[in-house]
Design a protein around this ligand. Structure first.
Ligand code: C5P
Length: 400
């Protein structure tokens, strides 16, 4: 059974009789746990109604580029950003030509132009149209732009002819979509990751903690597993589900997190520190619930170990990646942290109201001693994959 856990798939449906198979494709993608949104071209909507796709996907189907209401709800830029991958199935000869030209005069082509995610096409057309030099040249161009092509199959066609041009079946397409995320980049590596907040006990019912949701770290853990790594996720308390193929160890305090890391680090090739580790913990944990007696109460705090710095200082340290959440002077502070902690890479982000902590989206500035790479605002799952790509390239000495 394929998994598209936490994946947002935008399915584009253009005008071809094969659009009837796309309804089934939505079912297959949903069964694999993907979140699906459907965008129909005018031609696509002639073959299967938006209502069908709305009912199957559980989301409104999108059709118009310049409609004030739909653009206000989720416009082409948001859809382009929302998608982890875009599959156009069926991709008609006309839509392939439009994509090759880089048109932006309907919703689906505008989304394809505005996205930084993987785009794939599942061609569907008459075998003569497929064989035509114009179509083949267009496909060649799309290939050069890293647009993936799934199929077409060969066989009986709706027009009565036989030959190449049949859209692949829904189950085959769903499997190809899942393969987009299986990069194999880290198949030789063990990735040790810390994520989430820590809780520092004050008494049996109270603790000091922070607003970290763990989403960024969990997204990276998932991306690392999809890249083929063995992943050990040491997690502070979160409400998140463990990503598939990830071994999770639950801890509460920074000290417990530190101990768990030290237990596993010797066998790790990469250490990613995405946790919001509390810098301080109470010196004493009260044995009983502290009663409110005085007007003021003083807690004496002591420093927690800096897990990341300690890992980086180990004799056979793994490739170390830290995070830096800052409210100002992002690059300067992150560079200082990179040097001070002696780590290989740092992913820095500005913390604000609707971004970073607790949010589903983020932006990152990835720094090494020699390089910097800004990653534009995107879902934490997309950023997780981009970060894993950068780590793999850096670790295997391909410059970023
Ligand atoms: O020094 P600062 O807390 O800003 O550094 C952030 C980075 O250091 C993050 O990667 C965080 O996970 C890590 N860290 C740590 N142990 C601490 C504090 C932070 O590993 N006690």
């Amino acid at each position: 059974m394929i998994s598209l856990n936490n994946k947002r798939i935008l399915l584009g449906v253009s005008g071809s009789i094969a659009a009837y198979k796309s309804a089934e494709l939505v079912r297959r993608l949903k069964e694999a746990n993907a979140e699906v949104r459907v965008v129909l071209t005018k031609g696509g909507a002639e073959f299967v109604t938006p209502l069908t796709f709305q009912a199957l996907s559980g989301n409104p189907a999108h059709t118009n580029l310049l409609d004030t209401e739909t653009e206000a709800a989720m416009g082409h830029i948001e859809l382009a950003r929302w998608a982890d991958a875009i599959l156009i199935a069926p991709a008609s000869a006309n839509f392939i030509a439009r994509l090759a030209q880089g048109r932006a005069d309907d919703l689906l082509s505008a989304i394809c132009l505005a996205t930084s995610s993987t785009v794939a096409i599942a061609p569907a057309m008459n075998q003569q149209m497929w064989a035509n030099a114009a179509t083949q040249e267009n496909l060649q161009q799309l290939k050069q732009r890293d647009i993936l092509q799934f199929g077409p199959g060969d066989g009986n066609q709706a027009c009565g002819e036989t030959g190449p041009g049949r859209m692949l079946e829904a189950s085959q397409l769903a499997a190809h979509v899942a393969e987009i995320f299986e990069t194999g980049l880290l198949s030789e590596d063990t990735v040790l990751l810390i994520a989430g907040p820590t809780q520092e006990a004050i008494d049996p019912v109270r603790y000091l903690s922070n607003r970290s949701s763990g989403k960024m770290g969990y997204a990276i853990a998932q991306a690392a597993a999809e890249a083929g790594a063995k992943v050990i996720l040491i997690s502070g308390p979160t409400s998140l589900a463990t990503p598939p193929r990830v071994e999770r160890i639950n801890v509460r305090s920074a000290q417990q997190m530190f101990d768990a890391v030290m237990q596993h680090v010797a066998h790790s090739d990469i250490f990613i520190s995405a946790a919001a580790v509390a810098d301080y913990r109470p010196v004493r944990i009260a044995g009983q619930k502290i009663k409110k007696t005085e007007d003021t109460l003083t807690l004496e705090l002591q420093r927690n170990p800096d897990i990341l710095a300690e890992v980086a200082a180990l004799k056979n340290a793994p490739f170390t990646v830290g995070f830096a959440a800052e409210t100002e002077n992002l690059e300067q502070y992150a560079r200082e942290k990179l040097a001070r902690k002696g780590i290989d890479m740092i992913a820095a982000n500005l913390v604000g109201e609707d971004i970073a902590f607790e949010a589903d989206e983020n932006t990152l500035l990835v720094l090494t001693a020699e390089n910097k790479q800004p990653l534009a605002r995107a879902s934490k799952f997309i950023l997780g994959r981009q970060l894993i790509d950068i780590i793999a390239k850096q670790k295997y000495n391909v410059s970023i």
